[in-house]
Design a protein around this ligand. Structure first.
Ligand code: URA
Length: 189
């Protein structure tokens, strides 16, 4: 099985998933998308209204800013892989519940193992908390760790984690916009 066959298998399983209550209200699942050989993986929290309708990650206002961040460092969507902690929209965009994170993240874990990205950027507190913990790093509030590089090196993995603020936090906040633009330079290096 090739890498992209395996990714397709994960996406098909997500499309049929009924592991948690979120399957009941979703229009579409949002498994993630990007280049087959992307070296950078961006991980958000969960699909919102637009993502649920289109089945694609970050296609609403936060997505427009994410596109701006990518182009600010000369990257295109296909140069990265974009996904979320949860693959289905929580009703009213409420926060993910811990049992939903537990049910859903095996899909994300498989995507990470398959792509083996050189750089993983969890965006926002939920994604940063999950990813840092997964790699044995003590989670901390995003305000104190955004833009920092955490190296993970083991027999099977050599990557860096750069937590970022969630792009939605910059929509009404010019300071946050600048911080994200600055932190994103680190990601592209
Ligand atoms: N916010 C997220 O965390 N993910 C999306 O896909 C869209 C908005």
């Amino acid at each position: 099985m090739t890498e992209s066959d395996e990714m397709k298998t994960i996406m098909d399983e997500v499309a049929a998933c009924r592991r948690c209550v979120l399957h009941g209200a979703r229009k579409r699942t949002v498994p993630g998308e990007g280049g087959d050989h992307a070296r950078i993986m961006l991980i958000g929290e969960a699909p919102g209204y637009n993502e649920d309708v289109q089945g694609r990650p970050f296609v609403g206002r936060a997505g427009a800013f994410l596109d701006e961040l990518l182009s600010s460092v000369g990257l295109k969507r296909n140069d990265v892989f974009i996904t979320n902690i949860l693959k289905c929209r929580p009703p009213g965009n409420r926060n993910p519940k811990s049992e939903e994170i537990k049910s859903c993240t095996p899909y994300l874990d498989r995507q990470i193992a398959l792509l083996a990205p050189a750089t993983i950027c969890p965006m926002g507190n939920f994604a940063a908390g999950y990813i840092l913990e997964k790699f044995g790093i003590k989670p901390a509030p995003i305000g104190s760790i955004h833009g920092k590089t955490f190296r993970i090196k083991s027999l099977i993995m050599d990557a860096r984690i750069i937590p970022l603020y969630h792009p939605a936090s910059a929509i009404y906040n010019p300071n946050m916009r600048n911080t994200l633009l600055e932190d994103f330079k680190n990601v592209a290096e």
